[in-house]
Design a protein around this ligand. Structure first.
Ligand SMILES: Cc1ncc(COP(=O)(O)O)c(C=O)c1O
Length: 281
């Protein structure tokens, strides 16, 4: 049974069970679309401009025109939000419904725009830390776009779950890229490191907030390539995302990370992050 919440589809607000799209939608047929995930803390959208900037970049990467201005996007999301809860907006745009199945872009069709809001459930493993496993990054060259084409990420995540781990940490040509659905930070020789932006990773909004907060709080940090060997030597490893925030990895490929429990830098950064979120309400 589908939840009977209100969602947004192509200009209308309607109950989730009534939100339907054509089987000729290019998102369904080809995975031809992009998405965003935006947290809302007690009705306040977190770093909305940064999320909308990333949305603009994702749309540009797949050559799809943005149908709305930033203020229109805010107006679309607002009626869906509940000021008494922590939630996230899931927004998806596809190239729309074409008259026939053809890989080439169809002419003059409207994109499909869908938005729904769900509760953010606090991540159970946050305070104990999680297990992660490394694996070869099998994805493509457009990882900077938040594309709905997530089959490789899904297979990575499921492979991690099959190994009793909560996240896959991906390695490309011996260099750490990111998690299957997260960015990666490590603490190496006392310095907080995360891979630099590029086509190999999604530019996570949580990642940018952490770097900014680290700099403002005199936590030594750098955007730097991290080798698989450096990852295995790190005293702390974290994975970060909008819905899970900052999660310490305490076991990597079956071996303890540092002391095998959440580290001191994570404890400090998580407290700074929570205070920062609170300051925006
Ligand atoms: C592949 C990937 N990298 C990084 C992230 C983290 O991005 P953000 O912090 O904006 O949620 C996500 C989020 O789901 C992701 O799917």
């Amino acid at each position: 049974m589908l939840e009977n919440k209100t969602v947004y589809l192509n200009g209308s607000y309607l109950p989730l069970p009534d939100a339907k799209i054509s089987v000729l939608d290019r998102g369904f047929l080809f995975g031809d679309g992009i998405y965003e995930v935006i947290p809302s803390y007690y009705g306040h959208l977190f770093h909305l401009d940064d999320h909308l900037e990333r949305l603009e970049n994702s749309l540009a990467a797949i050559r799809l025109a943005n149908p709305h201005s930033r203020s229109e996007w805010r107006q679309i999301f607002t009626p869906l939000l509940d000021a008494s809860q922590n939630q996230y907006v899931y927004l998806q745009l596809t190239r729309g419904v074409a008259p026939k199945r053809d890989h080439a872009f169809p002419e003059a069709i409207a994109p499909t725009v869908f938005a729904m809001v769900s509760a953010i459930v606090p991540f159970a493993g946050k305070h104990t830390g999680i297990q992660a496993v490394t694996m070869d990054d099998s994805r493509w060259k457009l990882c900077h776009a938040k594309a709905i084409t997530l089959l490789a990420n899904i297979l990575h995540r499921q492979s991690a779950i099959d190994q009793d781990a909560a996240e896959a940490i991906l390695i490309k040509d011996n260099i750490v890229t990111e998690g299957a659905a997260s960015n990666v930070f490590v603490v190496l020789d006392g310095c907080l490191l995360t891979p630099p932006k590029g086509n190999d990773i999604l530019p996570g909004i949580t990642r940018d907030v952490i770097l900014d907060l680290a700099r403002k709080n005199n936590i030594q940090c750098a955007e730097q390539r991290i080798s698989a060997e450096q990852l295995s030597l790190a005293s702390e490893v974290w994975v970060t995302s909008s819905t899970r925030e900052i999660i310490p990895v305490v076991t990597l490929d079956g071996k303890p990370v540092g002391a095998g429990k959440p580290g001191a830098v994570w404890l400090e950064m998580d407290a700074i992050f929570q205070n920062y979120k609170q300051s925006l309400l």
